[in-house]
Design a protein around this ligand. Structure first.
Ligand SMILES: Nc1ncnc2c1ncn2[C@@H]1O[C@H](COP(=O)(O)OP(=O)(O)O)[C@@H](O)[C@H]1O
Ligand SMILES: Cc1cn([C@H]2C[C@H](O)[C@@H](COP(=O)(O)OP(=O)(O)O)O2)c(=O)[nH]c1=O
Length: 211
């Protein structure tokens, strides 16, 4: 069976992490092996970089380089081998988050990000030019004001979560721009958890990813 690379995206507080357990259970019930992971992170080195990225102030190029360094290690050590085994890889965020947060949010040059993307994701299979890309991306779309309300008091904010709502408006616009890609599926996250889950499940069934 061929591997499936599924990513979850959205602004902080959009509700994506709330559905990962159920997604894993759904694929396992369908007989699939699942590798569940996240970015930045997913390997010891990448988790160390995550700690720095989420806590240290740094300029946007430094941040982008660290994010892609973590990603390269994650791809080589975890994602590419899992896909080669035929696993479903469930990844909480991937490169779309870099375009949304470092690109749209921090205003960093998208051309430079595309160059780093080609370097980090080259030669790892996937589409025609050999760049590793997700097969499907579930984009949890929620207004920044509502996401902030949900996050208030839910957990201690990290470097990004502490940003003002205006930052998340730019990040959300960045995601909306990325959503033109056919692999993107918009999930309306502004509804009760069960309804969000129904959208996730029906998307996977409609696309024949779960039978
Ligand atoms: N559909 C929903 N309605 C209301 N609150 C939600 C919903 N989904 C998640 N939450 C709550 O919102 C907060 C952020 O959810 P989480 O899944 O951690 O978001 P993310 O992983 O996108 O940052 C959590 O406190 C979670 O319990
Ligand atoms: C993958 C990635 C994440 N991020 C940010 C988005 C999030 O604010 C943060 C960590 O993501 P996430 O794991 O969703 O945070 P949490 O565990 O608190 O739900 O890193 C970037 O800025 N660039 C990236 O490339």
């Amino acid at each position: 069976m061929s591997g499936l690379f599924l990513t979850l995206e959205g602004i902080d507080g959009a509700g994506k992490s709330s559905h990962i357990d159920a997604l894993e259970a759904l694929f396992r019930a369908a007989g699939r092996a699942v590798t569940r992971t996240r970015e930045p992170g997913g390997t010891p080195l990448a988790e160390t970089l995550r700690g720095l990225i989420l806590s240290q102030p740094m300029d946007a190029l430094t941040e982008s380089l660290l994010v892609f360094a973590a990603r390269r290690d994650h791809i080589v050590q975890v994602i590419a081998p899992a896909l080669a085994r035929g696993d479903v890889v469930l990844c909480d965020r991937f490169t779309d988050a870099t375009f949304a947060y470092q690109g749209a949010g921090r205003g960093f040059d998208a051309e430079v990000l595309s160059t780093l993307e080609r370097w980090a994701q080259a030669g790892q299979g996937g589409n025609g030019d050999g760049l590793l890309q997700p097969d499907i991306t579930l984009w949890f779309d929620l207004k920044p004001e509502i996401a902030a309300e949900r996050l208030a008091g839910a957990r201690l904010p990290d470097k990004f979560e502490a940003q003002p709502v205006e930052f998340f408006r730019r990040v959300a616009a960045g995601y909306a721009e990325r959503a033109a890609a056919t692999r993107f599926v918009r999930i309306d996250a502004d509804c009760p958890r069960e309804q969000v889950w129904q959208q996730v499940e029906s998307t996977l069934r409609e696309r024949g990813l779960i039978t």
